[in-house]
Each structure stands twice: as structure tokens, then as C-alpha cells.
Design a binder for this molecule. Structure first.
Ligand code: SF4
Length: 411
């Protein structure tokens, strides 16, 4: 015996609401289509139509329904399963882009729009699908023409689209929609007693005529193909330089966006890995990547790093005013402070000031300063930094900057 699609739970709608008969017709069409309850994944949306979940014995999911339904359908591997989305006109308007995307891709699902011309749950405000005749009849001062959801879905590429204004066609159209591979949309005119139409006769005066479109298109299929692993393309670094003085050191490097701060930090991190250390790197720069500050944090550690944040840097390297403005509040607890000469300031008398920009230019200053610090402190071998730079497409120039910085530190 066929299993019923409805649970028998009492309808939650107001007396006379059109959603009740619609729910019955939807379940009837599902049964006529040969679905058993667990063949159907029913996705509901906002508003009164979103109260349908407990009424159906199917799988039910509630949320931003077109997008959710699309995702579910695209992830289904069992062709017997059917995604059915139920929205009101409010939900359809709010989620219009999702709806059109599902139609454009012809994703295998059926979207049912219960259009009662208003947002019933929030007090009867007009929606993007409220027709001009409805608004004019109600003296609603909104002369904006409505979306025609059927035309839009059809133009976007849906396989099947129907507008149904009379209950006698509900089941027939829904059954056809359920059986059509790809995206199908059925707009059903529905009564809302308190805020919209209380009688079918009124509603029929306000809604647009029935509509039927069919597109001959292949339904959406996911095509998967094997790609090379990201790791197989990566330049894997193995420890080469085992002598270093690091226990755990956090380095903050700050300069101007577009001036090679991130590349220099990456080379320091690479030098850490080549030295057999655990290493993390974090970047911070504005979304306009060519202007403003550029900051990087590198942690070098003999032990595993469980938290990559850098609360109190041990070393702060700043090469431009942009960088100083961004990180000056983080200069506390007496870190090793390496600054470009142009940033000389009596509040940082303990800093080491050197002509990094003058020596290596704006774009080489951060790497110059890192090399200078490594050479002076012996934290990592400079050969490790040279080996990290060697992997860069501008290796020659970068290695020259490192060598000049070593000379600067030894002078
Ligand atoms: S407010 Fe309108 S749409 Fe909502 S349950 Fe009541 S009659 Fe139905």
C-alpha cells in the first residue's frame, strides 16, 4: 500500500488559508508521481508557507530554500530522490537570485511558489510578486510593476514553468513538473484570509493569467574529473640547515603594501623550515593591496606551534611610515626593534636604525632588514635565507640584497 505523503498533523494555517489546499494538492501530485515519502526532500522557506515541515512525512529541511534545494540536488547521487522546494511570494522575491541560478543551471528540482500576493506572516506587506491590479484594488501606493516569476524562470532556462490560478489544474501541473528532469517551477495562486484575498473570485481578478512554458534542455549534471594534487605541485622544503639559535621567536615585519613585505616574510618562514623549525606566517594588509600598510607575522619554533597569533613579538622590523603607523602600538615589552633610518624617533632610542631603503630600495628594504637582523643575531644561518630566496623567480636580485645586507651588518 502506498505510504501517505502527509503526516496527518493539523494544518497550522488560518481558516480559509489557501496554503492548506495547496499542501493537499502537492502531496496528491507526489503520490501520483509514484514517490514514497522518503524519496522526497522537501525544502521550506520563510513565512506562513514555511510552516509546512511537520505536515509532510518526507525528509524536510528549512532555510534559504532555493539555494539549499539546489545544493541538495547537486549533491544527490540517487536519481530516485526528488527535491521539492516550497516558497511564498516573499521568499521567492528575497531569494530571487538563488531561484534564477537554479533555473539557469537547470538543476533537477521542483520549486513551488505559493503566491498569495503579500507577506502574510509579517502583517500583509506587498511583495515583489504582488500584482499591479491587486495593489490598485487595495489602494496600495506602490506602482512598481511586479516581477513575473514565471517569465523570469523561463528566460533563465527552466525546463518547465507553469502558473496555476485555478485549483482544478494544480495536481496536473504539479505532476508534470515533478516528472520533468531539470528545474521546474509552478506558481500557485493562494488565498490569504486576513491580509489578501478571502475568496477565490477576488483572487482571480488580481492574478495574471495561467502560463505554461517548456524548455528542451539537459538537466544539470556534475562532471567530476581528476586533477593533480595541490601538494604534488608544491615546492616541498626539507630541513637542510640544522644549526640555529632559535627556541621560539616571533617576528613582526611591517612596511608598505606592494613593497615586498610578504615575500620577505615568506623567505624568512622558508628559511625557518629549511632550518628544521616549525614555522607559521600570518599576513595583514588592506583589501586595496597596492596601497597602505603591509604586515606579516612569522613564528619560528623548535616545538609545535599550537597558536599562530603573535601577542608580544620578540623582534619588530619596520621599514616605512605606513608600517610604523600600523604597528606602533604593538611596540611594548622591549622587543628587538630594527627600523629604517628614516623612522628615527626619540621615543624609540633603543632601536637599531639602518639605511635599509637606501641600501636595497623600497621593494628590497624588508628583506634587507630581515637579513641584517639574522646576520647580527645569528638566529638562523644566512645560508638558509639564501636557499629560501633561491626558490624565488627573482632569486638573483634577492640573493644580492641578502649579501649586501650581510655586508651592512658586518660593517
Ligand atoms: S496569515 Fe495568510 S498566509 Fe498566513 S496562515 Fe493566515 S491566511 Fe495563511
Amino acid at each position: 500500500m502506498e505510504q501517505p505523503m502527509l503526516t496527518g498533523v493539523k494544518m497550522p494555517f488560518c481558516p480559509g488559508c489557501g496554503h492548506g489546499p495547496s499542501v493537499k494538492n502537492i502531496s496528491k501530485a507526489q503520490e501520483q508521481s509514484g514517490f514514497s515519502p522518503l524519496d522526497v526532500i522537501l525544502v521550506s522557506d520563510i513565512g506562513c508557507s514555511g510552516l509546512v515541515d511537520p505536515l509532510f512525512a518526507t525528509h524536510t529541511v528549512h532555510g534559504r530554500s532555493s539555494a539549499l534545494g539546489m545544493g541538495i540536488s547537486m549533491g544527490l547521487s540517487d536519481p530516485r530522490k526528488k527535491v521539492v522546494v516550497i516558497q511564498g511570494d516573499g521568499g521567492a522575491t528575497i531569494g530571487l537570485q538563488h531561484l534564477l541560478e537554479a533555473a539557469r543551471r537547470n538543476v533537477n528540482m521542483t520549486l513551488i511558489v505559493l503566491n498569495n500576493l503579500i507577506y502574510g506572516m509579517t502583517g500583509g506587506q506587498v511583495s515583489g510578486l504582488s500584482t499591479s491590479t491587486f495593489k490598485a484594488d487595495r489602494n496600495i501606493e506602490d506602482h512598481t510593476p511586479p516581477f513575473d516569476i514565471c517569465q523570469l524562470a523561463h528566460q533563465a532556462g527552466a525546463s518547465f514553468v507553469a502558473r496555476v490560478t485555478s485549483p482544478k489544474h494544480f495536481t496536473e501541473r504539479l505532476t508534470e513538473a515533478f516528472g520533468k528532469p531539470g528545474f521546474s517551477l509552478v506558481e500557485i495562486s493562494s488565498l490569504c484570509q486576513p491580509y489578501g484575498a478571502g475568496k477565490m473570485h477576488d483572487l482571480e481578478c488580481w492574478v495574471e493569467d495561467d502560463m505554461l512554458f517548456r524548455n528542451s534542455r539537459e538537466k544539470f549534471e556534475i562532471h567530476t574529473h581528476k586533477t593533480a594534487s595541490l601538494f604534488s605541485e608544491s615546492d616541498i622544503m626539507y630541513p637542510e640547515f640544522n644549526e640555529n639559535a632559535v627556541n621560539r621567536t616571533g617576528v613582526l615585519i611591517a612596511g608598505s603594501a606592494g613593497d615586498g613585505v610578504q615575500s620577505a616574510a615568506r623567505m624568512l618562514a622558508g628559511a625557518g623550515i629549511l632550518s628544521g623549525l616549525y614555522t607559521t606566517m600570518k599576513s595583514d594588509y588592506p583589501i586595496t593591496v597596492g596601497t597602505g600598510y603591509s604586515v606579516a607575522e612569522v613564528i619560528l619554533s623548535r616545538d609545535k606551534i599550537h597558536y599562530s597569533g603573535l601577542e608580544s613579538p620578540d623582534v619588530i622590523i619596520i621599514v616605512t611610515e605606513d608600517g610604523m603607523l600600523k604597528v606602533k602600538d604593538r611596540i611594548g615589552n622591549d622587543p628587538t626593534l630594527i627600523l629604517d633610518s628614516k623612522l628615527r624617533d626619540e621615543s624609540h632610542m633603543h632601536a637599531t636604525y639602518t639605511d635599509f631603503i637606501k641600501t636595497a630600495g623600497k621593494k628590497g628594504a624588508a628583506l634587507c632588514a630581515i637579513s641584517y637582523w639574522l646576520e647580527q643575531s645569528g638566529t638562523l644561518k644566512i645560508d638558509a635565507l639564501l636557499a629560501a630566496a633561491d626558490r624565488h623567480r627573482y632569486a638573483g636580485k634577492l640573493k644580492a640584497i641578502i649579501s649586501n645586507s650581510v655586508n651592512l651588518a658586518q660593517a
